[in-house]
Write a protein that binds this ligand. Structure first.
Ligand SMILES: Cc1cc2nc3c(=O)[nH]c(=O)nc-3n(C[C@H](O)[C@H](O)[C@H](O)COP(=O)(O)OP(=O)(O)OC[C@H]3O[C@@H](n4cnc5c(N)ncnc54)[C@H](O)[C@@H]3O)c2cc1C
Length: 400
């Protein structure tokens, strides 16, 4: 158990700890700090603020985990409406490399309802084993039952590594699981590798606003958990007929209890396709000048059979929903063609799109940083150039 105590001989009554506590759990009595344990969460903010080392915080120790008991690389396979999402195949592709380097099995974890056939097909994407939990309550993602089931599986089978998509579902799920099983979690990785000597997962991700790439290791805890961005890794190739061992698990009814009730899943309606899947993205930034001008991006995207993306400035201005945001706090996209209109090209945006095959930038400032990553640059007013491109593409592609 973690514990906290005030060392009365060192406490000077300065009250810095009172100010530092976010939970109002520290007060002064007779010029000494007193902690209300009913309010204290053992967050350590008071100990960090104390200049006299008068607060002693002991973190939960417990028996040390036997790290050698953990083996295999797991991939949480996300499904929506029974369809396995492409991020899962990307993770299986990467997971295969990691498992081979470690000399262990690659295992897929699949939760859902009526997923037996889909589970069998995961062998064709490189999984050696599939842990399947099939239950009506797992049909669509819900935090509580999904967390409970993944925690139970991880505690029983002790994987060395768990990979999950840095998607809305993945981010919500594995952060909860990591806390419950006392594991480290590195979010939003863009690169993974193995240190063969130490058998550590090397988890690389942008840090400090994307200005450096940091490689993070988890030497003292297992499993090593990471979320990985969509479209950063290559999908595992299909190996027709390859079989995986299916391990079907059943759990008591209380495992599937949820504090929330899913009423409905409503798809966002839009004229164009989802940016994560699109081969062509026409993206707009603050330089588009207003919400009304995004319709010209939609028109161009429709002619090219693509999707509309956006910078965070455009999303923050409420010109387009967040699901269209490209970049560090949005989506990572790798289309064949990315047309950036009125986007300056700050690092947080570039992180999400710089691997696109061809980048066309339209900006009225010839020194805009977006031109440094652009394959083709057009200096000019996007409000004139975008409709001109639409007209020309429509003519060339023979579209009405
Ligand atoms: C922690 C953090 C996370 C972030 N995450 C993201 C993210 O995920 N995605 C993201 O995009 N940003 C993100 N940002 C914000 C990022 O730093 C930039 O502020 C943002 O990308 C700028 O958006 P913009 O290029 O549309 O706007 P601006 O930087 O204002 O650029 C507008 C551009 O439009 C040009 N322009 C103006 N008028 C015209 C015209 N008529 N025709 C053509 N060009 C014109 C200008 O020359 C300028 O280059 C993040 C920031 C932080 C701190």
């Amino acid at each position: 158990m973690a514990s906290i105590k005030i060392l009365l001989d060192k406490c000077t009554g300065c009250a810095l700890c009172v100010k530092a506590c976010p939970f109002g759990a520290v007060r002064m009595a007779d010029r000494k700090a007193v902690i209300d344990m009913a309010k204290c969460t053992l967050c350590g903010a008071c100990a960090a603020a104390c200049r006299f080392a008068a607060i002693e915080l002991e973190k939960a120790g417990g028996p040390k985990k036997d790290l050698s008991a953990y083996k295999d690389v797991w991939v949480f396979c996300e499904q929506k409406k029974g369809v396995i999402q492409s991020i899962s195949f990307e993770l299986l592709g990467e997971g295969r490399k990691l498992a081979d380097k470690l000399g262990v099995k690659l295992c897929a974890v699949l939760l859902g309802s009526g997923m037996e056939d889909a589970a069998e097909r995961l062998g064709e994407r490189g999984a050696d084993k599939v842990y399947l939990v099939d239950h009506p309550s797992l049909k669509a993602y819900q935090d509580d039952p999904y967390t409970e089931v993944l925690v139970k599986l991880a505690e029983e089978y002790k994987p060395e590594v768990i990979l999950c998509g840095a998607t809305t579902i993945g981010r919500s799920l594995v952060s909860r699981v990591a806390i419950k099983i006392d594991a480290g979690l590195t979010a939003d990785c863009t690169g993974l590798d193995i240190d063969p000597k130490e058998r550590l997962l090397l988890q690389t991700r942008p840090a400090f606003g994307g200005n450096i790439m940091a490689t993070i290791v988890t030497p003292n805890h297992r499993p090593q958990m990471a979320t990985v961005r969509h479209k950063v890794m290559k999908e595992a190739p299909l190996q027709g007929g390859r079989l995986a061992e299916i391990i079907s698990k059943a759990y008591p009814a209380e495992t599937f209890a949820s504090r929330t009730r899913l009423l409905d899943v409503v798809e966002e309606m839009g004229a164009t396709v989802n940016i994560s899947e699109a081969d062509v993205i026409v993206a707009g930034g603050r330089g588009m000048g207003g919400k009304e001008n995004f319709s010209m991006l939609e028109e161009l995207a429709t002619v090219l059979g693509g999707a509309v993306g956006a910078s965070r400035s455009a999303v923050d201005a409420d010109w387009i929903p967040y699901s269209h945001q490209v970049g560090q706090t949005g989506k990572t996209v790798v289309p064949k063609l990315y047309i950036a209109c009125g986007i300056s090209g700050q690092i947080q945006h570039l992180i999400g799109m710089q691997s696109s095959k061809v980048i066309v930038a339209i900006n009225k400032d010839p020194d805009a940083p977006i031109f440094k990553v652009a394959t083709y640059g057009i200096v000019g007013d996007a409000a004139e150039l975008v409709p001109a491109l639409t007209r020309e593409f429509r003519r060339v592609l023979n579209k009405q």
